[in-house]
Write a protein of this length. Structure first.
Length: 93
């Protein structure tokens, strides 16, 4: 039996990682504000730890934001130093 014809793998999608991480971090920050405002209700329902979950999400998001910005900057620098690369892509203007 022969191996069926396989389609080639698609090209990876380009995305703006900085924007994705920033939006996620902002959502956790909004959740943190809401959890702080509603802390008494959350405590009564046995969900007082949600404040800490949101705070950790904000902290990890800020670390991730720093990481993806540094990665983007390194890629930009590498692209400008490599004259053989013609297309910089949407992340690397």
């Amino acid at each position: 039996m022969t191996e069926p014809d396989r389609r080639p793998a698609p090209e990876p999608l380009e995305s703006d990682e900085v924007r994705v991480v920033a939006v996620g971090t902002a959502m956790f920050a909004l959740g943190l504000v809401l959890c702080v405002v509603l802390h008494d209700r959350l405590e009564d329902a046995g969900r007082g730890d949600w404040v800490w979950i949101m705070a950790c999400g904000v902290l990890l998001g800020l670390i991730g934001l720093r990481t993806v910005r540094r990665r983007r900057d390194h890629l930009r620098r590498d692209r400008t130093n490599d004259p053989s690369v013609e297309d910089a892509g949407p992340n690397l203007p």
